[in-house]
Design a protein around this ligand. Sequence first.
Ligand code: AMP
Length: 491
Amino acid sequence: MFCAFPPICPKQKDIYTVNSFSELNLSAPLLKAIAAEGYDKPTPIQARAIPELMKGRDLLGIAQTGTGKTAAFALPILERLSHATERVAKNSCKVLVLSPTRELASQIGESFKTYGRNLKITRAVVFGGVSIGKQIDILRGGVDVVVATPGRLVDLIERRALTLANVEVLVLDEVDQMLDLGFIHAIRKITGMLPKVRQNLFFSATMPKEISNLASGLLTNPVRVEVAPVATTVDRVNQSVIHVDQASKLKVLVDILKDNNMTRTLVFSRTKHGADKIMKGLSAAGYTASAIHGNKSQTNREKALAGFKAGKILVLVATDIAARGIDVDGVSHVINYDLPHVPESYVHRIGRTARAGAEGVAIAFCAGDERSLLKDIERTIRQSIPVVQHALGKSNLPPAEHEARRPNGRPSQPQGQKRQWNPMGRDGKPSGDNRPRKSSGGSNRPHGGTGAPKRNNGGPGAPKQSGGGKPSWMQEISGAKSDRRPVRMGE
Ligand code: AMP
């Protein structure tokens, strides 16, 4: 059967023969929890890592989110804890998981809760930006698992709320992100306080020299598990780019959101201010939208995420940092409203829509001054992203794409133009049924739809879905060229 999770790299393929969780020697309470989650079989990283971790080995995992890496480490840790006879001492923990962001920390905490639901395992998730008092209270009696961001953890240790003297297992998750965020000193400080004998798990999506040096200082004879490169995730996402002036981006977004297939859309903005502006624009157009970024309080972020997960919020606008660790299954579309300056961020962003083996759609907006960023991205993913045209953005097509539309030197306009739908009337005002209306009756989009593809009532000017489920505004101009050679981030 086709497995949509990225495979283990070819050299390790022979080892991947596990077809069910029951082959992994996990105990009944864990198997029950896994079954309740609906997991059919282990993902490649789980199949490879779990048996080695159950033997107590150290692990170097080169994998990004979306591969099932959280269960790959949480399950063997829970198995180990379930056999423990000694209670955890006061103000201490047996397992320490370090995460770069609060969102990822919460997510990991949730995973421990989910997989450990049939076990008596205690846990605490600690990060900055919220009251430290409550966290001190929780740690007082000791907990089995602490999931923490490095800064807050150091703070708690300095206040003597927690000692690391009893840590048996250390997990460093998304190490590359932790280093990007400047946590190297905190990490060195924390690892210096740990007992010498312990099991170490180290995960990073990329392995530049700085990170492999850190890994070799921490790990003892680790098993190395490398899941297939990020391009595999990229391949599962149906990508396109629209060339559009910066000033028209909001109008284009408002328009394309009329597609009822966009049931859960994540929009990426480069700046916090930009995220707020987009969110306000969408709200004014009648869409339920929220923004998450570093200036939002933790409560605010959690509320937005919960609303997005529950389908009450149709569009979540996020900055890159805030989006790390967002683990929401069923994100239908990712919109790159601004192109990221770091090409790898594009891969992380669009990977949000291809989680849990699903496929997704990613649409990038490219303004004139972002074309070099687009080129960098295409170089990184070794694919050219198909250009599609939107009526509100067509004047912004770069010369190369104009050429692509004119094979044989003749304008290809008649055929292509017919398939376009311009939601704006001749006078520039929205026309007919397509005019966004304020939502009513609990709907999260202005049309009063529920997310199911039930628009297109054929009214005048109504958007028609073109063949292959494409929305009417979408007219492909250039096809993707790709040598499909797998590419590793940071290569
Ligand atoms: P992660 O890479 O840990 O962030 O996991 C990505 C997503 O995959 C999460 O939504 C998990 O719930 C899901 N997942 C993890 N393991 C499996 C599995 N064996 N089968 C199906 N989904 C899984």
